[in-house]
Design a protein around this ligand. Structure first.
Ligand SMILES: [Mn+2]
Length: 386
């Protein structure tokens, strides 16, 4: 029997990229295209490896569209199995739990979710860097002879280039108690794969471009598993084209120069990213944006670098390595904090600390941690006495 799965990842629903509602719609469209493809292919399940939503507080219209799509999938009797990514991760209950209540999604965990009694799918949510060293990677045993797939949301090298990676791939393969057949990954937005010690490892990639350097086609991965063998095929999605246009101004160049540079390209329906360099002239970013939009571009962003370097703070790089949360977590990981410190820090950073009861909650967490530490000391002494 052949088991067919569609691997979708990093859909980032709600991403209003470049402040554009067109882009927000694009992210929804890409997700819906992936779901329609799953229905069309009549796969046995869809697996989603995190960053379903772009933020931990998605807006209701995005949540609604997401649930509508998942219900169409559910009507076709195709389960949607997901994990939680770093972008959307909240402290306790997750939006994926809320969606699960509609019956249109399931959250993967350390117990095997069998598909066709032949494939065991597991999931581990995104683990922050400070929590990584203490993370338990134990998975429950699957049915005998099952093909095992673990879904995770981390930047692992390989296949992620070492400079962008958070952890070595071996770190995961050594700490998981099972001999995994496959590791299906999210977080890295490019489609990349490798084989390590007989384990198939790959990233499905994001379904829309989250940054201008994500130039390759956006894909989902169709997986076919038969007799312990997995075949993966990429399916390209209809993502909107990005078009970079560099314009350099000399002292005498006016609006006409910008019009000439832009009219040489077909901007119709595209996301146009103009980089302006050279001399400061009377032509403003706003003028340039107006020309580009008048010629039919869907979105235009102008990065005006005339008269000195401007920090491009809206742009995000591959897999969001530069996100603020990532940088904070990077620094914290160097401190080698205790588990309780990591949890309290994360609560402070991700929740509304002004709400009443927060102090009590932290105090309770501290007491519990103290009790646990005290109990384990007693246990050690008792053992020593015997
Ligand atoms: Mn992502």
């Amino acid at each position: 029997m052949v088991t067919r799965l569609l691997h979708v990842s990093d859909t980032h629903l709600g991403n209003r990229q470049y402040g554009s509602d067109v882009r927000r719609e694009d992210f929804l469209d890409a997700f819906e295209e992936a779901i329609e493809y799953a229905i069309d292919q009549d796969v046995d399940a869809v697996i989603h490896t995190g960053d379903l939503f772009d933020s931990r507080d998605p807006r209701l219209p995005d949540l609604n569209r997401c649930i509508d799509a998942l219900q169409r999938l559910d009507d076709a009797d195709i389960p949607f199995l997901g994990i939680v990514g770093n972008h959307e991760r909240k402290m306790d209950d997750q939006y994926l739990d809320l969606i699960s209540k509609t019956g249109a999604a399931e959250r993967l965990d350390e117990s095997p979710r069998m598909v066709n009694d032949e494939v065991a799918v597991y999931g581990i949510d995104a683990v922050t860097k400070p929590a990584w060293h203490a993370k338990d990677f134990t998975l429950d045993e699957p049915l005998a002879d099952a093909y095992t797939i673990l879904c995770m949301h981390q930047l692992l090298h390989p296949p992620v280039p070492e400079i962008f990676a958070e952890h070595p791939l071996d770190d995961v393969l050594e700490r998981v108690n099972l001999d995994l057949d496959a590791l299906a990954l999210g977080d890295y937005h490019e489609t990349e794969g490798t084989i390590e010690d007989g384990t198939r490892v790959w990233y499905a990639g994001s379904t829309e471009r989250c940054a201008k350097d994500e130039t390759s086609p956006r894909t989902v991965s169709l997986l076919e598993i038969e007799d312990g063998d997995l075949t993966r095929r990429g399916k390209e999605l209809n993502s909107r084209d990005f078009l970079p246009i560099p314009i350099t101004f000399s002292e005498d160049d006016g609006r006409e120069h910008a019009e000439n540079e832009i009219s040489r390209r077909n901007v119709d329906g595209k996301v146009v990213l103009v980089t302006v360099t050279g001399e400061s002239t009377a032509v403003t970013s706003r003028d340039i944006r107006e020309i580009v939009i008048d010629r039919g571009a869907a979105v235009c962003r102008v990065d005006d670098q005339r008269g000195g370097f401007e920090f491009d703070d809206e742009e995000r790089s591959l897999g969001d390595i530069e996100s603020a949360d990532r940088l904070i977590e990077e620094r914290l990981a160097e401190q080698n904090l205790s588990e309780i410190s990591v949890e309290i820090e994360e609560r402070v950073r991700t929740e509304n600390v002004a709400r009443s009861g927060f102090d009590d909650e932290v105090e309770e967490m501290m007491m519990k941690a103290q009790d646990e530490a005290f109990d384990s000391d007693v246990a050690v002494q008792t053992e020593g006495d015997e």
